[in-house]
Design a protein around this ligand. Structure first.
Ligand code: SAM
Length: 286
């Protein structure tokens, strides 16, 4: 990502969530702040998406990954987790919506310093205030020590924590992805929801052309896709880090779970994935 420039892809992801509210009434993911965080240009930004042939499928996926993350988060809160970390938050609005207000949750919003400052300015301009239970933590995943920075901000490393990390993995070098997962794994009973993209060579025909076009666009605005994973590779990586529970949703599972497609009618195909991994601490600390 370019130094000192706020992330343009953060604006793009937020625009897709806002379009999802406008076009299908937030059918998969309801976000009453999605429009307002886009600022005064919201309508223009949303209408610009209409010209993109990949917009519909991207929009569905972006809505589904947020929904999945927040469903997993709700289950974690139910199990007693009281710390959440939104990694690479962009214009994500979970901390504004506070879906589990009143249970004593602390939320840490982590982002690249330039993007985080830009978001905070946007919130102020929109007259929105993050609750006092939200702590903003500026981190560059490529350069900074995430674990110690979060600890300094107040995250307890002796209590379970839930991490979401949406739309970020492709933009990082592989070492930064693995380093971040290691930090998450170092917290007892930690869990994470993140998404990743399969290598372009897994796709064929129109799907590959569309994905290449999206990748070229993000590269042209200074945010190239750097890291892709095969599902088996992710599974092995997480397993090696001690994440015993994993649920990986590809496009076919998303169709079934969120679009009501019957299992026998769903079609397995390469695409983005969203995954939940949970690392249970055993009594002997493993
Ligand atoms: C596509 S946006 C996704 C934002 C948000 N999670 C969402 O789903 O709308 C990518 C986010 O990753 C962040 N990011 C990319 N590279 C980063 C880095 N090296 N350190 C910290 N954040 C980074 C950007 O600032 C941006 O907020």
């Amino acid at each position: 990502m370019q130094e000192r420039q706020p992330s343009r892809t953060a604006l793009g992801a937020a625009a897709h969530r806002a379009a999802h509210q406008r076009h299908v009434g937030g059918r998969i993911f309801h976000d009453p702040f999605a429009h307002v965080v886009l600022g005064a240009d919201a309508d223009r930004i949303i209408s610009e998406l209409a010209g993109d042939p990949a917009a519909r499928s991207l929009q569905l996926f972006i809505a589904a990954r947020s929904r999945f993350a927040e469903d997993c988060f709700a289950a974690a809160v139910e199990r007693g987790v009281r710390q959440a970390v939104v990694l690479g938050a962009g214009l994500d609005t979970m901390s504004l919506r506070q879906p589990h207000g009143g249970v004593g949750l602390r939320i840490y919003e982590v982002d690249h310093p330039a993007t985080q400052q830009w978001k905070r300015n946007r919130l102020a301009e929109a007259g929105l205030t993050a609750p006092t239970t939200v702590t903003f933590v500026a981190v560059d995943f490529e350069k900074d020590d995430l674990g110690s920075t979060l600890a300094m901000a107040g995250l307890r490393s002796d209590a379970p924590a839930f991490f979401t990390w949406l739309g970020v993995v492709p933009y990082l070098h592989r070492e930064a992805v693995i380093g971040t997962l290691r930090t998450i794994a170092s917290i007892p009973n930690s869990e994470v929801v993140f998404d990743y993209t399969e290598p372009l060579e897994n796709y064929d025909g129109i799907a590959r052309a569309r994905l290449s076009a999206v990748a070229e666009r993000t590269a042209a605005i200074g945010e190239p896709w750097l890291t892709f994973f095969d599902p088996a590779e992710v599974e092995e990586l997480l397993h090696g880090l001690g994440f015993g529970h994993q649920e990986d949703l590809g496009l076919a599972q998303i169709d079934i779970r969120y679009l009501g497609v019957r299992p026998e009618a769903s079609r397995k195909r390469p695409g983005p994935h969203v995954l939940h991994a949970l690392r249970r601490q055993t009594s002997h600390g493993g």
